[in-house]
Design a protein around this ligand. Sequence first.
Ligand SMILES: C[S@@+](CC[C@H](N)C(=O)[O-])C[C@H]1O[C@@H](n2cnc3c(N)ncnc32)[C@H](O)[C@@H]1O
Length: 274
Amino acid sequence: MTVATVLTFGRHALEHTSDSPSLDAELLLAHACRTDRTSLLIELHQGIDDDGRQRFQNLIAQRQHGTPIAYLTGRQEFFGRPFVVTPDVLIPRPATELLIETVLSTNLPEHLSVVDVGTGSGMIALTLAAERPAWRIQATDTSAAALQVAHANAGQLGLSQVRWIHHALLDGVDRPVDLIVANLPYLRPDQVSSLAGHEPTQALAGGVDGLDVIRPCILAASALMPLGLVLEIDPSQAPAVRALMAECLPTYRTTTNNDGRAVRVMAAWKNINR
Ligand SMILES: C[S@@+](CC[C@H](N)C(=O)[O-])C[C@H]1O[C@@H](n2cnc3c(N)ncnc32)[C@H](O)[C@@H]1O
């Protein structure tokens, strides 16, 4: 059987369960054949051996049951870099790139002490470490399994400068702290149930109003008086998060992603002109 024939089988098999059956089939076949998608697509008439076909069929069966592609391939790109992902971590989302863009486009000192709270796969901490090598970066998470994935990503990307801390929120971080960034669980129960089943609940669920973890994070941040606090949020939470920031960080200026899209990033800044 050729690549083209096997891809046609995969596309048909995923037609009713995936929004992108062609792309999914190509990514899964590339993974099964231990190659990349581009190399696969220029060899459409090449034969596939029995082992590769068997691996592909197993992957297709899991995809038909809703397992995300990133968990099947064990990889997800974020801000142009490849990250290892396992079911112990949230799959990095494009929305989180807005948080990175917010930080990188802000006029911040060359030397900065940064904490990524709820680091998951480590992709926020590691992206900042790669983009700003002079920054001292710490990252916390309550999940030991997630921190293992973050550690693996640090090794794969050759970025050894991040300090990984198995604690809640800002517990255990070295001071001073200049910048706090976080994409914490922020979904309400109705939003979690629509995603249920594959990604870890402790990475998603934020209680009745989605703010169970964000609320204490803002409070803990206010005790450290950083230059900035940058949070990813659900757009529906913008008024509540703005009010919490005003209450806990009354002298700070609040900003949001000003790209005309829904509010996904809310920040509080002390004496910084953006
Ligand atoms: C929404 S996921 C985000 C992971 C990663 N920052 C990202 O953007 O993909 C939230 C992460 O916060 C962690 N977490 C949940 N509650 C926490 C807490 N109180 N303190 C620190 N981390 C927490 C979860 O284990 C999970 O890894």
